[in-house]
Design a protein around this ligand. Structure first.
Ligand code: 13P
Length: 255
């Protein structure tokens, strides 16, 4: 069975004290939960302070980075390498649409990053999504072209560590999420594509999440779909109470 995962992508938000308060609240709020994995993705500079806070928390609460360079080291001012992350983080978000849009990241670069993350034992949380709403042809082109390109030349034994996220770009930060049924149909097709690229068994082991305007009010619409294995939460992950409620509801539903 695939264990549900709830990720909180804080994006470029929080001061050090905000981050400490938020991480402490989440650590305490999810302490008693079972059956769910919770991953916090703070900005790079707060990774270590948050690491120190959640280290004393439950083992299913872990840390991820929002991005990384694919090289181990070098003259790349301002960049962060997998070597810097690997002892603190289990996960790293790669291919987020905000990286694609504002930093011009292309599938080839994301593929290099995915390979590097896996090589270093980090689980890539790979985001895929279409730009325009209600354009099924475009949706398929965007999502499945991205999927094949970012997973190019990644062997079967490594891919199982990856987590995919279906994040339709039109649903991110808009307060207008996809419907659970639509998201599940895209996730199912992503899994079918994985089955063709690898095999059925491998495809059935890879977790695929939904992301885009997830709140405590709509989380179950997504996670009640058999195909969807959790959520990558943006804005709502900055509100401790609501984020904890999301984690609780998902844990409760696994019972
Ligand atoms: P929102 O939840 O703010 O729509 O952001 C989703 C997202 O981009 C998560 O990575």
């Amino acid at each position: 069975m695939r264990r549900p995962l709830i990720g909180g992508n804080w994006k470029m938000n929080t001061t050090l004290s905000d981050a400490s308060v938020l991480a402490t609240a989440v650590k305490n709020g999810v302490a008693e939960l079972e059956g769910v994995e919770v991953v916090l993705f703070p900005p790079f500079v707060w990774l270590y302070p948050v690491f120190e806070i959640i280290e004393k928390g439950p083992s299913f609460l872990t840390l991820g980075a929002q991005n990384m360079h694919f090289l181990d080291e070098g003259a790349y001012t301002g960049e962060i390498s997998p070597l810097m992350l690997k002892n603190m983080c289990q996960y790293v978000i790669l291919g987020h649409s905000e990286r694609r849009t504002y930093f011009n990241e292309k599938n080839e670069l994301i593929n290099d990053k995915v390979k590097s993350a896996l090589h270093h034992g980090l689980s890539p949380v790979i985001c895929l999504g279409e730009y325009k709403k209600e354009d099924k042809v475009e949706a398929k082109n965007d999502v499945f072209v991205q999927l094949k390109a970012v997973l190019k030349d990644i062997p079967k034994d490594l891919i199982k560590k990856a987590v995919l996220v279906y994040e339709p770009v039109w649903a991110i930060g808009t307060g207008k999420p996809a419907s659970g049924v639509y998201a599940a149909s895209m996730v199912l097709q992503m899994r079918q594509t994985l089955a063709k690229m690898y095999n059925l068994e491998t495809a059935s082991q890879i977790r695929i999440l939904y992301g885009g305007s997830v709140t405590a009010d709509n989380i179950l619409e997504f996670t009640s779909q058999r195909e969807i294995d959790g959520a990558l939460v943006g804005g709502t992950s900055l509100k401790a109470k609501e984020f904890i409620s999301i984690c609780r509801q998902v844990a409760q539903a696994t019972k």
